[in-house]
Design a protein around this ligand. Structure first.
Ligand SMILES: Nc1ncnc2c1ncn2[C@@H]1O[C@H](COP(=O)(O)OP(=O)(O)O)[C@@H](O)[C@H]1O
Ligand SMILES: [Mg+2]
Length: 590
């Protein structure tokens, strides 16, 4: 947010700046306090529109088939041309040689859009960001404003309307310089000021594009690469070609995330204000091509079990199983590679935990978002002069607070041992771990530096192995297998597991491949018959399928229904049954 402060000696500054921009077709107004003319520019016919219309007309003239002519004319009348022209209203865009345009879409109408370009020869695709074009003189004015704006602005997070303050300050400055610009130019300038002061500079638009999953800057002079939902890995026309500019920008990003980076401590992991994960390095010491950053864009809404069904990461049947297991306080570990969706799955299945149980979560950076109120969310602190607070510290602290459920964002080091001890002493534990398979998980837990004794691993009940897979070239997250830890083999002393669900990579479907020991235990604990537990699983599956069908996936609604189901299952089933028969009746009527 922005507060204005009067410039100390505006008159002195105006003289200098006005002299500098003289000669560049900006009109300097005479008089002490010249007014910036913010008159409305009358709608002139834009050359871009003229060009497109002209081309279409020429095309029509060449055609001798009546129907095609009629079709084209119809399209013209249908506003298609206006829609095309609108993209180029504030920007001139020429497709680079050798490339063909495959798609365009808006990021922020009417200023920022993206063209997806393809070069067949090089087999290369570009995500071409188009922002308002500035003439050389407009660029100079922008530089000028940049130079002096900071003096006037003090950022204050509590102030509401930064946009207006920014616009007003720009107008005030221009007024003092005696620069006259039209409304259109002013808006374009304010776009850049806003992007650079409030937004995220060159990558502002990238952060706003919901189709982008990852943004990577690999160094100075290298184009920024993206992971795009529709085009997978793709390069952009956005480059930081100046080392100083890049360093400053990385410093600013890290600062926004509430951390610090310096040559003494050149790597940082943090969470941006938008909730996205940031990993950054500065200088050339650890990354030889210069400062780097990787941003993993996250959904604004936390993952719920319904999302896992929607994305086909789990089947409703598997989630019903995890629901019943979580409700009955089984220990669950999600393992998988980077960005395989471990944390998202953890967040989703956390909604199944018994409502009102005391939960303590610990993470390196805050990612989890639960709906439960009886929840203490803690994070580690790196050493910044003070003593670091590690996962182990948090965990030992947590155990003193008598939690029922402990959630560890990611197990990495010697806190794992304590975590297994916590399981052994009756706490329920959920966590994730970086490992490609159950074998790798065991290997890491038992090897250096964690050294968990073999028999302790049996305290774990369920392991979900998550996978970043490809289906028709699209990146998808799938549960590869769900298994149960059975015990230690007396003879071979190997860990015995029970495979329950497996994914078939060819059909991309899940299969139940075993009988659940965990369900057997729960049956015994609760004195349920085989029929009863089948019914319990079936009901939960129906609830989940119902939510998925109705597309109810926000955390509040999903949590409320799970909560209601915990206390009054019959009531929920009755409501769902009624609604199901209603929709069946409606379908029959059609
Ligand atoms: N089941 C899923 N389906 C689709 N996208 C997912 C799924 N799980 C996670 N994602 C997306 O994948 C990215 C990485 O997810 P995250 O849970 O942080 O992975 P991990 O913890 O394994 O590194 C995020 O952008 C998230 O939105
Ligand atoms: Mg994670």
């Amino acid at each position: 947010m922005v507060v204005m402060r009067k410039a100390v000696k505006p008159a002195a500054r105006i003289k200098g700046t006005a002299a500098r921009i003289k000669g560049v077709e900006i009109k300097r107004l005479e008089g002490k306090k010249a007014r910036v003319r913010r008159e409305k520019v009358e709608k002139v016919k834009k050359p871009a529109i003229k060009k497109v219309v002209g081309e279409r007309k020429a095309a029509i003239e060449l055609l001798d088939v009546d129907t095609e002519l009629a079709e084209l004319e119809q399209k013209m009348a249908g506003g298609e041309i206006e829609a095309i022209a609108k993209f180029e209203e504030h920007a001139t865009f020429t497709c680079p040689e050798g490339y063909q345009e495959q798609a365009r879409y808006w990021i922020t109408e009417p200023y920022v859009w993206v063209a997806i370009l393809f070069n067949q020869e090089k087999n290369e695709r570009i995500y071409y960001l188009v922002e308002p074009s500035l003439s050389p003189s407009e660029k100079k004015v922008l530089e000028l404003l940049h130079e002096h704006m900071l003096d006037r602005l003090i950022y204050d997070e509590r102030l509401k309307d930064r946009d207006i303050t920014l616009m007003d300050t720009a107008v005030e400055l221009l007024d003092e310089y005696g620069i006259s610009i039209d409304e259109e130019t002013l808006k374009k300038l304010v776009y850049y000021l806003k992007r650079n002061y409030i937004g995220d500079c060159k990558i502002d638009a990238l952060l706003k594009d919901p189709r982008i999953e990852d943004i990577s800057c690999d160094g100075v002079g290298i184009p920024i690469f993206l992971y795009h939902q529709d085009y997978q890995n793709i390069r952009t026309n956005v480059v930081y070609s100046d080392a100083i500019e890049l360093n400053l920008f990385v410093g600013r990003l890290v600062e926004k995330a509430g951390k610090q980076i310096s040559l003494g401590k050149p790597t940082v992991e943090a969470t941006l204000p938008q909730g996205y994960r940031l990993q950054a390095t500065i200088g050339t010491e650890v990354t030889t091509k210069g400062s780097t950053f990787t941003i993993r864009r996250f959904r604004d809404e936390p993952f719920t079990p319904v999302d896992l069904i929607k994305y086909k990461t789990f089947s409703p049947e598997m989630l019903a199983y995890l629901w019943l297991a979580a409700e009955n306080k089984r220990n669950i570990m999600i393992v998988g590679g980077t960005a395989s969706g471990k944390t998202s799955t953890l967040n989703a299945i956390s909604l199944f935990m018994p409502p009102d149980a005391k939960i303590i979560s610990m993470e390196d950076t805050r990612e989890l978002s639960l709906y439960q109120e009886n929840w203490v969310a803690s994070v580690t602190r790196p050493a910044h002069g003070e003593k670091a607070i590690t996962m182990y510290d948090l965990l030992t602290q947590a155990l003193r607070q008598r939690p029922e459920i402990i959630i560890v964002g990611e197990v990495r080091g010697h806190e794992a041992l304590t975590l297994f001890q916590a399981m052994a002493t009756g706490h329920t534990v959920y966590s994730t771990m970086h490992a490609g398979s159950i074998q790798e998980m065991v290997y890491r837990l038992e090897g250096e530096p964690i050294n968990t004794p073999h028999h302790m691993l049996t305290a774990l009940d369920i392991v979900c192995v998550q996978l970043l897979a490809y289906v028709n070239d699209a990146r998808v997250r799938r549960n590869q297998s769900t298994l149960e830890i059975r015990g230690v083999d007396q003879e071979t002393s190997g860990l015995v597991t029970n495979r329950l669900f497996e994914r078939d990579p060819i059909t991309d479907r899940f299969e139940m491949v075993g009988n659940s020991l965990v369900m057997n235990e729960i049956m015994r604990e609760r004195g349920w018959s085989a029929l009863k537990i089948k019914e319990e699983l079936e009901n939960r599956r129906r609830v989940l399928e119902y939510l998925a069908k109705k597309n109810i996936n926000n955390i509040e609604e999903v949590s409320n229904i799970i909560r209601q189901f915990y206390f009054e299952p019959e009531k929920v089933m009755k409501q769902i049954g009624l609604k199901e028969s209603e929709s069946r009746a409606e379908e029959a009527r059609k």
